[in-house]
Design a binder for this molecule. Structure first.
Ligand SMILES: [Zn+2]
Length: 235
């Protein structure tokens, strides 16, 4: 049984704990759904981890540079306009733009699969194009201030779009027994957000550690006949 993941900053421990204040903050930014539905889907997600289910994928991007010959994607930041001094390795081609992208849902990543699966992530900032997905191209190094250490982010080429969080659904359905994408993950062409999941939730369910039996056994009378399990279970 996999340990419950840390939930919105709640301290890890043997129990599944959920930081209600953090969830309320997340819920307040949602334009669809409700606090109750979000809380329920997060609880289902963590219970899913508790019975061995992993995420639908692992390759989403937290934050990175996008190198593109087009303009920076809407709602991303342009490195030039931010006045960031970044040393790119390799240097971008002449005329290319460098942009900061974050919370990117990738093909078959954490946001992929069945729209109602409790294991599917919701609400990213961007998603990658199904036909021009992100490709790692190098690194960009920068300093936040003169005295701060050099930081580095991966660079990618490809196309990203604004993630349609307004089309996301809270994951309150069953743990899927297939990897088919639905909802925003089944839209045609470039609208398809993350496609099929790379894992099937239901087949990962694995419960082994019930722990010690909390029920006190009542000692059988010494002269009671022993009944073998085979006598009860004929099949
Ligand atoms: Zn998780």
């Amino acid at each position: 049984m996999g340990p419950p993941k840390n939930i919105c900053g709640a301290p890890p421990g043997p129990d599944i704990s959920i930081d209600k204040v953090a969830i309320l903050e997340v819920a307040s930014k949602r334009t669809n759904g409700s606090y109750a539905a979000l809380l329920a889907s997060i609880a289902m997600h963590e219970l899913g981890h508790g019975i061995g289910i992993d995420h639908n994928g692992d390759n989403d991007i937290d934050i990175a540079f996008l190198i593109t010959s087009a303009d920076c994607p809407p709602e991303s930041f342009s490195v030039d306009e931010m006045g960031m001094a970044v040393i790119f390795n390799p240097p971008p081609p002449p005329g290319a733009h460098a942009c900061v992208i974050w919370s990117v849902a990738r093909r078959h990543g954490q946001h992929s699969g069945d729209e109602f699966s409790p294991m599917k992530y919701t609400s990213a900032a961007f998603y990658e194009s199904p036909t021009d997905p992100l490709k790692r191209s190098g690194d960009g190094s920068y300093k936040v201030s003169i005295s701060s250490p050099v930081e580095s982010l991966e660079t990618y080429t490809g196309t990203v779009y604004k993630y349609r969080a307004d089309l996301d659904r809270e994951g309150l359905g069953p743990f899927p027994d297939n990897n088919r994408g639905s909802g925003i993950n089944a839209l045609p062409g470039e609208q398809n957000h993350a496609g099929d999941s790379c894992r099937i939730a239901a087949t990962q369910i694995h419960i082994t550690d019930f722990g010690p039996d909390p029920v006190q056994q009542i000692p059988c009378p010494a002269d009671s006949p022993r009944l073998e399990r085979a006598d009860i279970c004929k099949d």
